[in-house]
Ligand binder design. Sequence first.
Ligand code: SR1
Ligand code: MG
Length: 389
Amino acid sequence: MGYRILEPEDIPAYLRERGHWDEATDPEVREVSDGNMNRVFLASAPDGTRSLAVKQALPWVRVAGPSWPMNPDRADAEARAYEQVAKVAPDKIPAIHGYDPENYALVMEDMSDLEVLRTLLNEGASYGPHTSARIGEFVAQFSFATSDFGMTSADRKALIAASVSPELCKITEDVVLSEPYIEHEHNHWHEGVADLAERFRADARLRTEVADLRHVFMTSAQALLHGDLHTGSIMVGDREGTPVVRVFDPEFSFVGPIGFDLGLYWANTLVSEQRAMTLGRLTDHADQLRLSWEAFETEFRRLWPTRVDPFFDDAYLDRFLKRVWTESLGYAGSEIIRRIIGFAHLTDLTTLEDQVEASRRSLLIGRELIVSRGELPDVNAVRALVQPT
Ligand code: SR1
Ligand code: MG
């Protein structure tokens, strides 16, 4: 792909060219790439008065290198998602200063005063009362606005067409929604769960339910999603005494089932709970699914009277939310499983001295969420499954 791959030393001139830096002194630049896919640089004035983040998509998966090529136009999807969220929930994403589609680079707010939620949780922090509530609201505001309830039918068709993201969706269809259930070179696991990995590959009931979730992922166009809403895609902190929650990294964004976003968040909270249990550090982990679902449902119902098409009546809203609930549980289960026996694992478990028990419990919860999702009517039923008495 003929575009300019930025190195740290290119960033000062790049920011000046793009009109983001006109201070007399060049910024100091450091690379802070962390996720699986892209590079991120922080550019800061030496006197500390200003700083920016630059994120660039590489033409491959960063952690795999050129052996796993990947279209950098995923950065277009990320910019599009930020643009849509900015209309309805600007307080829940970083400020975007500009997108350069020729070089697949976003210039945005430096959030290094905040912390990645996963990092904090791994260190033993609790969520507090705000984090999951803001995430539930984020999903409701973003999904309502980009659904057939928030947009006219014609605008929605244009959004769906513009948001097609075949390569990134294929990653999810593969690494989340099929590979963990077949023999695949991407898969790996701790030897202490090898028997469960084998059992899951032979589990016909599980396979059919995952096939159903995979097909819903491929065909359901409910709303524009974040697409990878795990606890590593969320930053939290405090600015002048106000709690701050920011969702970032929506490069997997596409128009799909809303439950995929909620489910990914739930999976990550459930695995973090298993880590805390192992370490004897449980705090408010058990509340997070409820807090995020209640905030999602409350906000979605608050927005409902503003729907553009009143043919969708109140009884349909109940039915729709029930469907979102059930699918969220299924996607939570599939996210848990793929994070333990698939390609990309979670530090929540891998950094435990003994990860086996937490991983086994998580895998079994994941399976149950998938196969029993239709029989889990509410949060209490999920808690009974996670924490049997
Ligand atoms: C090849 S990418 C594997 C995972 O990293 C991303 O963060 C997504 O979660 C994807 O599934
Ligand atoms: Mg990411």
